[in-house]
Ligand binder design. Structure first.
Ligand SMILES: NC(=O)c1ccc[n+]([C@@H]2O[C@H](COP(=O)([O-])OP(=O)(O)OC[C@H]3O[C@@H](n4cnc5c(N)ncnc54)[C@H](O)[C@@H]3O)[C@@H](O)[C@H]2O)c1
Ligand SMILES: [Mg+2]
Length: 340
């Protein structure tokens, strides 16, 4: 109890509310008792088999369902589950008022009954990205990534013995060797290549018809960001990058957790002849600024024979008093608007 009070006092003494929230969250990750206390009166994001629970409001827009710990306790009782399932909740953040936010997957319980009781629907994460706005999409993505990590990290890869999580769910420890595991992300570079006049976009055969996007690739072990960027551009389209600049970064939950680092890169117009590796990309082309701008202003066309459209994933803006983030692909494409 003393430690709980110390952490609450430490966070309330800070002049900056951002610093206060970060200290508060860090305290919850480090101390199971403090975290258990916070869980008693928390905001809860519910998932069913990794699909978040959304509610539609009167204006027809979607929000994540606003549930408190007590609501979830009643829901679990109504669904015939005991309250111990609540112990599987994972910490994902806190509100401006230092109210802890947790997520919980109730995939073992009746989905339809849960939807009826909550007045909402469990929606596939990709669809949720298109339906949610503001800070909700990144929070839901983070929650799903953490839930997925816990669901697939039950055993130690060195000993084969079960792992056990801490209260916050920020780490798992092997019961036999004591090895500690932390949630994993794969670093990825996504790059908009330009020759000064045009930008280079490509598409994989699995993309929806007509959609093009910036080039992307996973970092190999030991590589720097610039080494990955240069290698991926060389591998996928046969070009040598002359210079690059970092633009922004984002967590990307599909298909597993990636840490996307978005960059701009330039190539010499004299050496801009593409040599596409068709085992990686179905097509890659140079697009004018006007083509990209028109594509960003019109919804993706799914019919055949139409002009290609660059892929513009849903915006996942995140605002706070001190931070403003936009997803990398939009940020690099939005820069075209300013250039234009
Ligand atoms: N334009 C795009 O391709 C684009 C756009 C938006 C987001 N993304 C994200 O970026 C990620 C990487 O893009 P990509 O698919 O073009 O990468 P890529 O060009 O590196 O090719 C993917 C291949 O790399 C190998 N690989 C190496 N390390 C891997 C790892 N840690 N995880 C999975 N595969 C690994 C696999 O063989 C895989 O098939 C995608 O998974 C996607 O979620 C890509
Ligand atoms: Mg690629």
């Amino acid at each position: 109890m003393l430690r709980v009070l110390q952490i609450v006092r430490l966070s309330s003494r800070c002049s900056s509310s951002f610093v206060s929230r970060m200290r508060f969250l860090n305290g919850l990750k480090q101390n199971d008792d403090v975290c258990s206390a916070a869980l008693q009166n928390a905001h809860m994001f519910l998932f069913h088999r990794l699909s978040p629970l959304l509610q539609r409001n009167h204006q027809g827009t979607f929000r994540t369902a606003e549930l408190r710990t007590s609501d979830v306790q009643s829901l679990l009782e109504n669904l015939g589950s005991d309250r111990t399932l609540l112990q599987e909740a994972v910490l994902i953040g806190c509100t401006e008022q230092n109210q802890a936010q947790f997520c919980l997957d109730i995939g073992g319980l009746d989905q339809m009954a849960a939807e009826e009781l909550c007045g909402g629907t469990f929606v596939d994460l990709r669809k949720s990205f298109f339906l949610l706005s503001g800070a909700e999409a990144p929070l839901v993505a983070k929650a799903q990534a953490l839930l997925r990590w816990h669901q697939t990290s039950g055993f130690c890869s060195a000993t084969g013995q079960p792992t056990h999580r801490n209260r916050a769910g920020s780490q798992r420890t092997c019961s036999s060797s004591g090895i500690i595991y932390y949630p994993k992300m794969s670093p990825v570079v996504i790059v908009l290549v330009s020759d000064g006049e045009h930008c280079l976009l490509g598409r994989q055969a699995t993309f929806p018809r007509g959609l093009y996007s910036a080039l992307a690739g996973f970092c190999d072990m030991g590589e720097t960001l610039e080494e990955t960027l240069s290698r991926e551009v060389a591998e996928e389209v046969g070009l040598e990058v002359q210079s690059f600049s970092f633009s922004s970064s984002q967590h990307w939950p599909f298909p597993q957790s990636s840490f996307m680092m978005a960059c701009h890169a330039s190539v010499s117009p004299a050496h801009a002849q593409l040599c596409v590796d068709h085992s990686e990309l179905e097509d890659a082309r140079w697009f004018s600024q006007q083509e990209v701008l028109s594509a960003l202003q019109t919804p993706p066309h799914r019919g055949g024979g139409a002009p290609p459209h660059p892929l513009a994933p849903p915006k996942t803006r995140r605002r706070s008093s001190t931070h403003h983030r936009v997803d990398p692909e939009h940020q690099i494409l939005n820069r075209l608007r300013r250039v234009h």
